[in-house]
Design a protein around this ligand. Structure first.
Ligand SMILES: Cc1ncc(COP(=O)(O)O)c(C=O)c1O
Length: 450
């Protein structure tokens, strides 16, 4: 104990903390940033150095840091009722469920609270499988179709839906029944990169796979309206509409994973609003509380929910309990957070400053930036080795990311996704970012590339 007191937090971290996705060998030479405090879009390390956090933590601090309103709401909730499980009920969960669904199309009316995006996806997959068996008696609908390059979480089901072999291979075999189709990626598309725009053959792949597998074996399609961690790949015009049409045709549920794209990130409240189509099941997390406390949710339509209601069949209920899911303090944080988001209409700032940021990045005309793409304040830079679109080697992408940090801005990258395509730098700053903040990001990237 006495020994421990003499050690710095960095020493204790290096001794005891197991960081995700990090090679610890040599970490003492290149320790992670020790972040101490934060305000709005800025974070400070323990040495007092200030950085613009252009990843909003991990794509999540949508309303920015230092919002006293959220802190006060959580503190009051802690005093009143610090914990109660949702095997019973409490005000914060009821109110947040009402507030969340008031932002959604009316049929998305039922909320199951959990703690993380992975759990929200896990819950969606389980609801989809049980729903499919109840809605289609006599069939065995269990297959889930997802996309290569997509990320859906670290738990075994969500990881099975994930289309990133480098994240999965150490843990295989995963859950049976998951299939993957090509993502929309016009820049590198096997079907249509020579055409002037996406031909939607990638959307039609869902149709082909459902027919080949037999529709009576398929429960659901899951997708992110914009693939985030896989390299920021927005759905092209008409894509989500086509997938919705295919799902309707075969009685397959459509799950939108909006863990990143929800709550204004893409310049609309939810990513699916860009297409005007609606999911049967929606997963949300990150921006639900802007990361102030852990909370996530799986939202379903009345129609899906009603399938689990029965006077006569005891097995009809959804048999899942979460100790901390819907924690009253997290729900209080979520309520205050949604209050700020809607009062300040932060999705509008996301659209405006996001368009400005993308424009300025496109103006950089650096030979190593093959493509700048994104929606709202969710932006990816496809880094290339040369003009032939050869992906930049990962080590070089890492060097650029570090140089941007040296220039005072924290950005992300799509590491451990699919072989050869870990070459995308990512930006997802708080939605409060002003155009001056966008200029700061662009200047740091320009400096790093130089
Ligand atoms: C689209 C998507 N789904 C699910 C998850 C998993 O969320 P969590 O890390 O909260 O478990 C993530 C995480 O980044 C994500 O981007």
């Amino acid at each position: 104990m006495a020994n421990t007191l003499a050690l710095t937090n960095r020493d204790l971290d290096l001794r005891h903390v197991w960081h995700g996705n990090v090679q610890h060998q040599g970490l003492d030479q290149h320790p992670p940033l020790e972040v101490d405090r934060a305000d709005d879009v800025w974070v400070w390390d323990v040495e007092g150095r200030r950085y613009l956090d252009a990843m909003a933590g991990l794509w999540c601090v949508n309303v920015g840091y230092g919002r006293r309103e959220i802190v006060d709401a959580v503190s009051a909730q802690m005093m009143r009722l610090p914990y109660y499980p949702l095997t019973q009920s409490h005000g914060p969960a009821a109110q947040l469920a009402a507030s969340l669904t008031s932002l959604l199309p009316h049929e998305l009316s039922r909320v199951f609270f959990v703690n993380s995006g992975s759990e929200a996806v896990e819950t969606a997959l389980k609801i989809a499988r049980q729903y499919a068996r109840r809605a289609h008696p006599g069939q065995n609908r269990y297959k889930i179709i997802a996309r290569h390059r997509a990320y859906h979480g670290f738990t075994m089901g969500a990881l099975s839906a994930t289309g990133q072999v480098l994240r999965k291979q150490a843990f295989e075999p995963l859950v049976p029944g998951f299939l993957h189709v090509a993502p929309p990626d016009h820049y590198r598309c096997d079907f249509c990169s020579r055409e002037s725009c996406c031909t939607l053959v990638c959307a039609d792949e869902f149709d082909r796979v459902i027919r080949m597998e037999g529709p009576e074996s398929v429960a659901a399609v899951i997708l992110e309206p914009v693939i985030g961690g896989g390299g920021v790949l927005p759905a092209p015009d008409g894509y989500l509409e086509r997938v919705r049409e295919i799902c309707n045709q075969y009685g397959v549920l459509l799950i939108f994973d909006e863990v990143i794209t929800g709550f204004g990130r893409t310049g609309k409240l939810f990513g699916f609003e860009h297409a005007g189509v609606r999911p049967d099941i929606l997963t949300v997390a990150k921006g639900l509380t802007s990361g102030y406390l852990p909370l996530a949710a799986t939202v379903t339509t009345d129609q899906v929910f009603e399938t689990f209601n029965s006077d006569t069949d005891e097995t009809a209920r959804f048999a899942q309990v979460s100790t901390f899911g819907g924690h009253p303090c997290s729900c209080a944080a979520g309520l205050a957070n949604l209050g700020i988001l809607t009062r300040e209409r932060l999705w509008e700032n996301s659209a405006r400053v996001g368009a400005y940021l993308i424009d300025r990045l496109r103006g950089l005309q650096a030979k190593s930036i093959g493509e700048v793409r994104g929606l709202g304040l969710l932006v990816g830079l496809e880094m290339t080795a040369d003009v032939s679109r050869t992906p930049m080697p990962e080590a070089q992408v890492v060097r650029i990311q570090k140089a941007v940090r040296e220039a005072g801005v924290l950005i992300g990258r799509n590491n451990d996704t699919v072989p050869g395509l870990c070459n995308v730098l990512t930006l997802a700053p708080p939605l409060t970012l002003a155009s001056e903040g966008a200029d700061t990001i662009v200047a740091a990237i320009e400096k790093a590339l130089a």
